[in-house]
Design a protein. Sequence first.
Length: 343
Amino acid sequence: MATDIHSSSGQGQRGQSLGKGPAAGRGGGERGAGEVLRKVLKNNGALSGLVVLVVALTVMSPDFLSTQNLLNVGVQAAVTAILAFGVTFVVVSGGIDLSVGSVAAVSAIMLGWTSTKEGLPVWLSVLLAVGTGVACGLVSGGLIAYGKLPPFIATLAMLSVGRGLSLVLSEGTPIALPSSVATVGETLGGWFPVPLLVLLVMGGITALILARTYSGRAMYAIGGNEEAARLSGIRVRRQKLVIYALSGAFAAVAGIVLASRLASAQPQAATGYELDAIAAVVIGGASLAGGVGKASGTLVGALILAVLRNGLNLLEVSIFWQQVVIGAVIALAVLLDTLRRRA
């Protein structure tokens, strides 16, 4: 009898555990899936926003999801994204670069001036254009690292200097580019835009630098705590030169891409692009306080701006109201990201 009671009790306990098993499994699975979803949304807020924006524009405009229009969005995002990749290095390190638009313009003017007016080989002119961007970045970095100027002031000064040099070299008029350079603004195979290819390459380089190089790790360390980075052995001043030189080099590439699309180097090109570049970096999840940021986020931020402009054009929204909408979206994105980080 005692054996029967013990046996029945054991069976009951096993039955209870078997009965609870599936429910607990379902509950754990649901909680696990919910937790994964929350993490994805938390870590990819900009990407979630881009998806929502694409879905909304697809509903409102049947032409939005056409292949040609999506390629146009990529081309429109190319210059801003390339500029923003360079700015990402600066923002991650806790700085700011207001000069990238002007540096892009003066680099493109250097390309046009040396290849057209001076008759230099195109490959050498391209190197000189990129070198011009690097030189501008080194000047800004030197003023910041060794002259102790705030990044805002140093790069604001370079914004003015770069724009002035582009006007001086071009004498205030556009300079036509050789046909070999203008092809950068065309397509591969008659359909894939070359600017989009350059965008992907520069994005890959940015991700590689940030994730796999000593300078990339130094950027995060300096942005997180500059004094701690210095005490840990990082040569902060030297790294700031590298950071702003990279920003200048990326700005030069963006200037070449923009000039190739226009088939000419224009002294007033890329005016205001520095603000779009900074906005793309911030929308992509980087912190202006430094220490946070990644290439994929910057790309998503640039795409959000391009998709928004393209969609508003398709919806025939006035250019004046477009500025209002884009400004509001930037403010909202930064506000939501700030609230998310606090939470």
